[in-house]
Ligand binder design. Sequence first.
Ligand code: NAD
Length: 492
Amino acid sequence: MVSRVIPVDPFDLTIFGGTGDLARRKILPGLYRRFAAGQIPDGCRIVGAARSDLSQDAYRDEVSDALAEFVGKDKLSPDTLKAFLGLIRYVSIDATGDKGWSELKGHVRDDRISAFYFSVAPSLFGAIAERLHGHGIADDTTRIVVEKPFGRDLESARALNRTLAEHFDETQIYRIDHYLGKETVQNLMALRFGNVLFEPLWNSQFVDHIQITVAETVGVAGRGEYYDRSGAMRDMVQNHLMQLLCLIAMEPPSQFEPDAVRDEKLKVIRALEPVKPDEIVRGQYEGRSGGQSGAKSRVAPYHADVDDPDSRTESFIAMKVHVSNWRWAGTPFYLRTGKRLKARQSEIAVVFKDAPHSIFGAEAGRHRNILTIRLQPNEGMTLGVTIKEPGPGGMRLIDVPLDMTFADALGAENDQVTDAYERLVMDVIRGNQTLFMRGDEVEAAWAWTDPIIDGWVSADKRPYPYEPGSAGPEESQMLLHRENRRWREIRE
Ligand code: NAD
């Protein structure tokens, strides 16, 4: 199946932080793929703006290297690469000074969409916004894209929102949460609101509980300083897991339209109950010495990765969350995320209740329908259904998956859809804010998160240690076991 590509209108996109890690790994490769797919018309400009002094050619070489590394040398066609590099410009700029701004103005044309990606530290947002206006580069049609972290608590998020609001209207601000750009996440909405099958069951009458897991194998080495000030709650739950929860829990919006969708998500966040301390498990990974003959590689413990033997920041968190409204009262949402876990796996599992009465007797065992929505690896969905075990020998029941792996179902040329950034950047150019967080959503998420964090800070408790390569601390298993439930396995 070949996907339909509709070219966007001509644009000039400036990437502040154009030499940074995010630009190299995600933004530029995403733009290249969209260009190769025919979605970016000739004559657009992609302007890198960063601190380094680089010539135009030196920056193009950097872009070319980044594409070779993150798109893959074998996937670059020489002609397409040459044409793409033709769109690239570079400006050496000082976000907090005067250097480079007049030059940038010369690159950004009036007769097309202009967007500015703030791929820099949030402390620079205000200075950049102010200069874009001060130098007459931005106007009320300009779009800006901002990255996480959007604040570290309610107060700082409000301050950032106020700073941006001084210069831009909310309709011009695109707050990225790349989880929302994932194909599966959007498919979740298609599944819920495009089919008649699931929505009648999508409530506490039929759903026993929901699990959201985002497991990573990497540790925090290399970004320890940032991570240690943040922790799993701020880095993952307040934004990514919260967004997933919203999409699962929200009421059907009247239209698939930005404010209709975001209004419904906001209602979910506002319906979240405070989480009780005994329904939260925080963990911190230990180290591993390497074992005999290097069978298992050595892993540094968390406190070494962040260079603080006394750190109490969590690299893992599991929690039970209640959405208090008519639809969900009594159906818990269990969230868990962590570093250095057994496998890289993100999934949402909707665990339906048992059939009200088993006509097959106790020996048939307990069977439950579970709808699993996989974000990675192998984006797709699986519905576990109970059937009769084939063959003679009586009525024995087994669970089999009805599987839909997108790469299989849609064909190999759709493998590029797995990258969320390229979809989101194109949405910015199309002026579609549906998959971006609105300011009040972000603030509501912090308003829920802050007291939870304050709770453990004032209790001054250490996170539970857990082995690298495990599913997190034992206590996280207990969170479900004590309610006769169990986490789904994190599979290698
Ligand atoms: P980075 O440190 O690799 O790059 C920073 C960029 O900002 C560089 O291009 C640098 O030249 C530029 N810069 C710094 N100070 C400047 C100044 N005064 N004037 C002009 N340019 C200046 O950072 P990164 O990892 O690319 O992250 C950028 C932003 O994106 C951060 O806010 C980060 O939190 C966020 N983010 C990054 C990732 C990631 O995977 N790297 C993921 C999510 C969010």
